[in-house]
Design a protein. Structure first.
Length: 48
């Protein structure tokens, strides 16, 4: 019974970790896009 409960807790922790990781990568992607846009706008300003 204790072993089964521990297994269940591990599964929940794993799910939380995946969820946090997905949110983190989403924020990371937004940050990368922001830097690309910033770089592109600087390039355009430089050309103009």
């Amino acid at each position: 019974m204790v072993f089964r409960q521990r297994l269940l807790n591990n599964r929940v922790n794993l799910h939380d970790a995946f969820k946090e990781n997905r949110e983190f990568t989403h924020k990371g992607n937004e940050l990368i896009l922001f830097f690309i846009l910033l770089f592109k706008s600087k390039e355009i300003n430089h050309i103009a």
